[in-house]
Design a protein around this ligand. Structure first.
Ligand SMILES: Nc1ncnc2c1ncn2[C@@H]1O[C@H](COP(=O)(O)OP(=O)(O)O)[C@@H](O)[C@H]1O
Ligand SMILES: [Mg+2]
Length: 373
């Protein structure tokens, strides 16, 4: 097992026509021994490039990568003691599952008995024992994916790298495989670095999550820490589904008191939100400056029965019943707003509802920099 240390890592793809692509812009990250680290971010943010540099499949433009305190910048991929599972895990179609699993060990001239032991133990862990004689074409997508993971496992690498390994599977199989990979990690306790664009996958699997955007790290922390304390507007909007509600505005005097007043939206009355002590403190000296107030959909509550004083009026645009809960897409003071509500009640487009914002749980961001306050 191993610790992976990435220092000032840079990747520039030179372009003949046009400016060079700066895919990775000097990132620093330490993946602890036995940790499941997820790199997450939108398509094109540099996840695969980073992973491929760790594997040695892509040349490094700058910086250092160490595995177990050994600098591997110039170490060949096969000598890095790493196994990688790709989205397009090409299995050898003419080989059985057994031989697919055994292939890399045969190449390394591992003794036959040891190959057999390793293949059978991986197959047992992954539930592939009954399929060892089959060819890949006779397997389901999920089973093929398990063989691809098994191929990495038999090599007993120091570090496992996964590049969106589940994106080719249907939603249900993805959910199942997600759980299986988490269980596998719990058993092997190996260092794993897992790349995905899916924030749900990141949240549910990672010991820690590293959020990337445009080749830069935005935040590294445990999933719930990122969810509850996003470092900036990008992370706040990227992690969580439905996404956090954002209200642009400023702290202004309103009816003798200071309040967060949303930007005027055409045809709508701006919202005036009372400041909690915490919001007041976080805003500091930024009165009158452009800010963004963020509120998770679960912190937008419906006021039912007699509308209470201070409740906000909103109009339902779309109601999406999810089963356990309903996502209500609303318009409130001219601003779009999503609420997570109980699914017992039915809602119709155009219907008026009343809301209470749990401002104790609100986030505040500087509009210009996006930085969380
Ligand atoms: N071989 C390449 N030549 C030029 N640009 C590349 C090459 N590979 C990737 N890129 C660019 O580098 C950026 C990061 O790509 P990538 O690491 O594949 O992103 P991700 O895996 O996060 O979707 C993108 O802008 C992509 O277009
Ligand atoms: Mg990629």
């Amino acid at each position: 097992m191993a610790r992976v240390v990435i220092e000032d890592l840079v990747k520039v793809y030179p372009q003949k026509n046009g400016p060079d692509v700066r895919a990775v812009r000097g990132i620093n990250l330490t993946v602890a021994d036995g940790e499941f680290m997820v790199l997450v971010g939108p398509s094109g943010c540099g996840k695969s490039t980073t992973l491929r540099m760790i594997a040695g499949l892509e040349e490094i433009s700058g910086g250092r990568i160490s595995i177990d305190d050994r600098l591997v910048n110039d170490v060949a991929p096969k000598d890095r003691d790493i196994a990688m599972v790709f989205q397009n895990y090409a299995l050898y179609p003419h080989l059985s599952v057994y031989d697919n699993l055994a292939f890399s060990l045969k190449l390394r001239q591992v003794p036959k008995r040891e190959i057999d032991e390793r293949v059978r133990s991986a197959a047992a862990l992954l539930g592939l024992e009954a399929l060892l004689g089959r060819k890949p074409r006779a397997l389901s997508g999920g089973q093929r994916q398990r063989v691809a993971v098994g191929r990495a496992m038999v090599r007993q690498p120091k570090v496992f790298l996964f590049d969106e390994p589940l994106s080719n599977l249907d939603a249900q199989m993805r959910g199942t495989m997600r759980t299986e990979l988490s269980k596998l990690h719990a058993r092997l306790r190996a260092t794993m670095i897992y790349v995905t664009h899916d924030q749900m996958e990141a949240m549910s699997m990672g010991d820690r999550i590293c959020v990337l955007k445009d080749g830069d790290i935005q935040q590294v922390d445990e999933p719930l820490a990122i969810y509850h304390r996003p470092a900036n507007l990008f992370v706040a909007g990227f992690i969580g589904s439905p996404a956090m509600n954002f209200f642009r505005g400023a702290i202004l005097p309103a009816a003798g008191q200071e309040a967060f007043v949303t930007d005027y939206a055409e045809g709508a009355v701006p919202l005036t939100l009372a400041l909690t002590a915490a919001l007041r403190e976080r805003a500091g000296e930024r009165r009158g400056q452009p800010l963004v107030l963020g509120l998770r959909p679960e912190d937008v509550h419906l006021v039912t029965g007699q509308p209470l004083a201070g409740a906000l009026e909103a109009e339902v645009e779309v109601a999406e019943p999810m089963g356990a809960e309903t996502h209500l897409y609303l318009r409130c003071g001219g601003a779009p707003c999503v609420a997570r509500v109980r699914s017992a009640d039915r809602y119709l487009p155009g219907q008026t509802v009343h809301l209470r914002f749990d401002l104790e749980r609100a986030h505040l961001f500087e509009a210009a920099s996006g930085r969380a306050l």
